[in-house]
Design a protein around this ligand. Structure first.
Ligand SMILES: NC(=O)C1=CN([C@@H]2O[C@H](COP(=O)(O)OP(=O)(O)OC[C@H]3O[C@@H](n4cnc5c(N)ncnc54)[C@H](O)[C@@H]3O)[C@@H](O)[C@H]2O)[C@@H](O)CC1
Ligand SMILES: Nc1ncnc2c1ncn2[C@@H]1O[C@H](COP(=O)(O)OP(=O)(O)O)[C@@H](O)[C@H]1O
Ligand SMILES: [Mg+2]
Length: 277
């Protein structure tokens, strides 16, 4: 399995054109959060904003608007219970994260269905967490999405693929992905996460057990969205986003026993600047 190394960062992260404006850096929609899991929506949104995404909108529940606007004032807030507002937002944005903290109520199935029916063909969809659990439970057909990234941890991948963790070998993972969504890119999150696609299978050697804390995967979704919004959808962009997440976590883990997702997020702009030159 080919390894992703640090050189991917300077390859993907570009210095900004002086003549540019926010419209050049992606329109990101994060569909996330529910009563018990508001933090997941905040972390995903905050990570996208700190990665440099031009415009970030979060579709969540109104009960979480104040918390969201306080934690991430850069992001706009909309209500996913308002179907028209949801469809309008799905049509207007070019990268959509769906799943962090949504929970497994029937609403989540409705949201996934609405995304699938209304996205533009060029829109990237990043499916994580509850969206993966519900897609597995309800056998939702994901094959129509052209630019799809699945980001399960091993437990979520077990539900989606039917493979118990010891059966999650590269060959089995590839054939399961081929069955579930042949055009998709799979990031299987674990110690030394792996990327599966029809082009290549890749792995990172970075990352540490200080990352084993709630919200670390939610954070990754925002980084991936911000990267794709700015640098385009490609295996290289996805690899760079995955790598940066663990790279910063390893820097923090030199001094910190646990890597807090919010601390990792606060360091994203500094490390992106370092690799953009
Ligand atoms: N602050 C927040 O609001 C947070 C919200 N969260 C949300 O909580 C919901 C449930 O997600 P969870 O992942 O906690 O629960 P899940 O029930 O979806 O997954 C956990 C299960 O997977 C198994 N598992 C196997 N391998 C694993 C691995 N490598 N990593 C993690 N679990 C593994 C565990 O044993 C457990 O049975 C999601 O919507 C998620 O986004 C979490 O992200 C935690 C933080
Ligand atoms: N022991 C570990 N070594 C390396 N990376 C880890 C380790 N534990 C967790 N991680 C990383 O942290 C993230 C956890 O994601 P996830 O379980 O979805 O978290 P959450 O849903 O709580 O946000 C993944 O990117 C995973 O690879
Ligand atoms: Mg998760």
């Amino acid at each position: 399995m080919e390894k992703i190394n640090k050189s991917i960062l300077s390859k993907v992260i570009k210095a900004r054109n002086p003549e540019s404006y926010k419209g050049n850096y992606g329109r990101i929609l994060i569909i996330a959060g529910s009563l018990p899991f508001g933090g997941a929506a905040i972390l995903s949104t905050s990570a996208a904003v700190h990665t440099g995404a031009g415009l970030v909108t979060v579709l969540t529940i109104p009960e979480k608007f104040t918390a969201m606007n306080t934690a991430v004032p850069e992001a706009m807030t909309l209500d996913y219970n308002d179907k028209e507002e949801m469809i309008d937002a799905i049509v207007k944005n070019n990268v959509i994260v769906v799943g962090p903290g949504l929970g497994t109520s029937p609403k989540t199935e409705e949201i996934i269905d609405t995304v699938i029916k209304n996205i533009n063909p060029d829109t990237t969809v990043i499916m994580d967490a509850s969206a993966l659990t519900v897609a597995a439970e309800k056998s939702i057909d994901l094959t129509s999405i052209d630019k799809l990234i699945l980001t399960p941890h091993q437990g979520e991948w077990a539900r989606l693929s039917g493979l118990d963790i010891p059966e999650q070998t590269p060959d089995n993972n590839l054939s399961a992905l081929n069955r579930i969504a042949p055009k998709a890119v799979l990031i299987l999150k674990k110690h030394h996460s792996e990327i599966y696609s029809s082009e290549e299978v890749l792995q990172i050697d970075d990352g540490n057990p200080g990352m084993a804390t709630g919200g670390m995967g939610d954070t990754l979704t925002g980084i991936l969205a911000g990267f794709i919004g700015q640098f385009g959808f490609s295996l290289e962009t996805i690899s760079a986003g995955l790598y940066l997440h663990s790279y910063i976590a390893d820097k923090i883990n030199k001094t910190d026993y646990v890597v807090l997702p919010s601390k990792l997020i606060s360091k994203i702009p500094k490390y992106m600047m370092k690799f953009s030159n």
